[in-house]
Write a protein that binds this ligand. Structure first.
Ligand SMILES: C[S@@+](CC[C@H](N)C(=O)[O-])C[C@H]1O[C@@H](n2cnc3c(N)ncnc32)[C@H](O)[C@@H]1O
Length: 268
């Protein structure tokens, strides 16, 4: 009997992300040599929402190999990064050592975090390529609320759900905007090195904007600001062009599509 990929999503996606780490670590996209020399990997979109983070303790969900976590730490925060991929977390710990930063990294599925972490935080942060890997964002919102101190701030920046409606060439609408059954895909290459001969199986879900904001509102978070952007700060999609420095748009669609959205919310 064949196992349902949706039920086996954790193992499939862990394997997917483990397989990318070495390529990502060597890629121009992540530019580890510049990062080691002090480059901050965060973008203006999230920096504007984060504000002054000196002295704040921050929980960073789905931190990959920790560049953004360490960047937050370099800005004066005390950061705990969490990720499902053991290879990513092992490399994040190596980078923390190399950069002499005291960032903490935990390897687990976000849903299992309460087994390992009881502390509450001034801020929870997550960005770019996150909730699409999560089957249930009601539980995700519960976790965010649980880990925020009263008055604490949640900062979110991610690709717009409209992006995930399209096929990989942005030619046609291929998927439902609203949450539907799991999307199981096999792709070759990775966004940080599109020509790398990696064959990656993934299981993901689309979450519309009202779904995301709705689950947070139900947890008593107050949305303080919300913005949509017609560009991506990353050259991560097929057929992207850099139309302005640091702003990538899909060649055939120009500025017609929202590519990123970002918001901050406060736990009352
Ligand atoms: C696109 S990356 C995050 C990107 C990050 N902004 C970066 O570029 O460094 C997505 C990360 O989510 C992690 N991930 C996927 N599903 C997860 C889950 N259920 N729990 C924790 N981490 C998960 C993956 O291992 C991967 O490192």
């Amino acid at each position: 009997m064949k196992t349902d990929p949706a039920k086996n999503y954790e193992a499939i996606n862990r394997q997917n992300w483990n397989a990318r780490v070495e390529t990502h670590a060597q890629s121009a996209f992540y530019d580890v040599p510049a990062f080691l020399k002090g480059r901050n990997s965060l973008n203006d979109i999230e920096l504007n929402l984060l504000g002054d983070i000196k002295g704040k303790n921050i929980l960073h969900l789905q931190c990959h190999f920790g560049q953004d976590s360490i960047s937050l730490q370099r800005l004066g925060a005390q950061v705990t990064g969490v990720d499902l991929s053991d290879k990513a977390i092992a490399y994040a710990r190596e980078l923390a050592q190399q950069t002499k930063t005291d960032t903490t990294f935990i390897c687990c599925n976000v849903y299992d975090l309460p087994d390992q972490l009881t502390e509450q935080f001034d801020m929870v942060f997550t960005s770019y390529g996150t909730i699409g890997w999560l089957p249930d964002i009601t539980n995700w919102a519960t976790l965010i609320s649980r880990y925020l101190k009263p008055g604490g701030k949640f900062v979110f920046a991610d690709f717009h759900p409209v992006v995930w409606m399209f096929d990989s060439k942005f030619e046609k609408v291929a998927y439902n905007y609203f949450k539907d059954e799991a999307i199981v895909e096999s792709e070759s290459g990775t966004y940080a090195d599109k020509d790398k001969p990696l064959e990656l199986l993934s299981v993901g879900w689309n979450h519309g904007m009202a779904e995301v904001l709705g689950v947070l509102l139900k947890q008593g978070l107050q949305i303080d600001s919300l913005e949509e952007f017609d560009y991506s700060p990353y050259n991560c999609f097929n057929d992207c062009v850099e139309t302005e420095p640091g702003k990538f748009r899909i060649k055939q669609h120009g500025n017609k599509l929202p590519l990123v959205y970002a918001f901050s919310a406060t736990k009352k």
